[in-house]
Write a protein that binds this ligand. Structure first.
Ligand SMILES: C[S@@+](CC[C@H](N)C(=O)[O-])C[C@H]1O[C@@H](n2cnc3c(N)ncnc32)[C@H](O)[C@@H]1O
Length: 222
């Protein structure tokens, strides 16, 4: 399956449209089914305290990660050009969250503090190859660890999308899930888009059942 990018319906629906609200609730279930919070929390086991989540959406994925990590004192930037997260939700787990309503690339390129970790969940697949390389290059300048959990571009994942209706997911979710899988990743595709600089350890693998997990970790000695 070649990688194909098409528009996702949720990206063009007004935030308060009932179908968009329903699709965001569906997305929480899709994240649960994919085990994405578990995959990301495991990658963040190194005590990172300054974290940015790119394409954070309603913040629910990072909230699940926060509950798993049980690490109060984290400072979190929720970056999204159309965010629907509530920073108060993070106070209960002892995290200080702020929302950056802006394009992720602009956020990364604007001078600012470095992060211990940058997280992307179901986000990188939105980008065509050249834009993806620009985004990862900018991310590499701002962090020592990037972890991304993306859809895996596989027939099994595509077939699973057809079953989402049985779980009560709406037309937006069913459409966007299939589009996301076709725009997802395989093999070492994300590693190939990471900047060529030395001193990074890259890992890229399937993340059962339907995900694709990439991490780039700067060598501690550098
Ligand atoms: C599929 S949703 C994933 C949301 C969240 N990460 C999750 O797993 O629930 C993708 C999110 O990326 C945001 N987004 C897409 N392109 C973006 C960009 N260039 N800059 C910032 N946010 C973007 C959308 O607004 C949307 O909230």
């Amino acid at each position: 399956m070649d990688r194909v990018l098409e528009a996702e319906w949720l990206d063009s629906l007004p935030p308060h449209d009932p179908r968009a609200q329903r699709a965001r609730a569906d997305l929480r279930r899709v994240n649960f089914l994919m085990g994405n919070a578990r995959h990301i929390a495991r990658a963040l086991s190194g005590g990172q305290t300054r974290i940015a989540d790119l394409g954070a959406g309603d913040g629910s994925l990072m909230l699940r990660v926060a509950r798993r990590l049980r690490r109060p004192g984290v400072k979190l930037a929720l970056v999204d050009r159309s965010p629907s997260a509530r920073t108060q939700d993070f106070e209960r787990v002892g995290w200080r969250a702020r929302i950056a309503r802006e394009d992720a690339l602009e956020f990364l390129r604007r001078p600012g503090p470095r992060f211990d970790a940058i997280v992307c969940n179901l986000f990188l697949h939105h980008f065509e190859p050249a834009a993806l390389r620009r985004l990862l290059e900018a991310a590499a300048q701002r962090t020592a660890l990037l972890v991304a959990c993306e859809p895996r571009r596989s027939r099994v994942a595509l077939q699973a999308c057809r079953l989402l209706g049985l779980l009560g997911c709406n037309d937006v979710t069913r459409h966007d899930a299939a589009v996301s899988v076709r725009a997802g990743f395989l093999g070492r595709e994300l590693s190939a888009s990471w900047p060529q600089a030395q001193g990074w350890q890259l890992s890229e693998r399937p993340a059962a059942p339907f995900g694709h997990l990439f991490s780039a970790r700067r060598d501690a000695t550098l």
